[in-house]
Design a protein around this ligand. Structure first.
Ligand code: ATP
Ligand code: MG
Length: 205
C-alpha cells in the first residue's frame, strides 16, 4: 500500500469466478466516490449447508489477483479467506477499521441484488456506523422491485447508503460456470488471464 488511504472501497464476493461485471462495478464506485483504493475481498469457504459446492478459496483468490493486476487502484485481501468459519461483513469491516485507523472512510460496494438483503444481515445498523454502503445497478434487478421494508431502511440511512449506476453488464458467475461446463466460450466475459487460469486448472468442467 502506498500513500495515505482516505477512502477505501471494499468489494466483497464469492468471485467464482471474478468477471467484468465485478471489475466495472468496482471501477465505477472508485470514480463515483473518489476512492483511493478498492480492496477485493473473496469470501472464505461457505458452511456445508450451502447448496452449491464453491471452488476452493485459493483458486478464487488467484483468479481475483490475476483479474485486478493491471489496475493500480485494485488490491486483493485474504482477510476472509484466512479466517476460520463464516465471515460476517460486520467482523470484516471491524478488522479493516482497526487496520486502517479511524480517519479512513470505508465504502462497502455491492450489486443491486445484494444491497437490499443487507437489511436482513446481522447487525445491519452497526454496519452503517462503520461503513458507507454503495450499491450498483445490475441487470435483472430493478430498483422498482425493492421490498418496502428495504426501501424504508435505505431512506432512513440515505447519508450512508448510496445507489450508483454502472454500464449494464448482464454477466454472472453462475452463467460463466454454466458456459464453461457446456464447453462454450467465456472470452470477453472475464479477463483473458482468468479464462486461461480456468482452462489450465480445469475448473467448472
Ligand atoms: P453468482 O452467480 O455465483 O452469485 P455473481 O456474479 O453474483 O456470482 P458474486 O461473487 O456473488 O458474483 O458477487 C459479488 C458482488 O458483485 C455482489 O455484490 C454482486 O451484486 C456484484 N455483482 C456481480 N455481478 C455484477 C454485475 N454484472 N453488475 C453489477 N454488480 C455485480
Ligand atoms: Mg451473486
Amino acid at each position: 500500500m502506498s500513500g495515505k488511504i482516505n477512502k477505501l472501497g471494499i468489494m466483497g464476493g464469492t468471485f467464482d469466478p471474478v468477471h467484468y461485471g465485478h471489475l466495472v462495478t468496482a471501477e465505477g464506485a472508485r470514480c463515483e466516490f473518489g476512492l483511493d483504493q478498492v480492496l477485493f475481498m473473496p469470501s472464505g469457504s461457505p458452511p456445508h449447508k450451502d447448496l452449491r459446492e464453491v471452488t476452493s478459496a485459493e483458486h478464487r483468490y488467484m483468479m481475483t489477483v490475476l483479474a485486478t493486476l493491471t489496475n493500480p487502484y485494485f488490491e486483493v485481501s485474504r482477510i476472509d479467506i484466512d479466517r476460520e468459519g463464516v465471515s460476517y461483513t460486520i467482523d470484516t469491516l471491524r478488522i479493516l477499521r482497526e487496520q486502517y485507523g479511524p480517519d479512513t472512510e470505508l465504502f462497502f460496494i455491492t450489486g443491486a441484488d445484494v444491497m437490499f438483503e443487507i437489511v436482513n444481515w446481522k447487525d445491519s445498523e452497526k454496519l452503517l456506523q462503520i461503513a458507507h454502503f454503495v450499491a450498483a445497478t445490475r441487470p435483472g434487478f430493478s430498483l422498482d422491485d425493492i421490498p418496502s421494508q428495504a426501501r424504508e431502511w435505505a431512506s432512513r440511512h440515505k447519508d450512508r447508503f448510496h445507489v450508483f449506476r454502472v454500464p449494464a453488464m448482464a454477466i454472472s458467475s453462475t452463467n460463466i460456470r454454466k458456459r464453461v461446463s457446456m464447453g462454450h466460450s467465456i472470452r470477453y466475459l472475464v479477463p483473458e488471464q482468468v479464462d486461461y487460469y480456468i482452462r489450465r486448472n480445469k475448473l467448472y468442467g
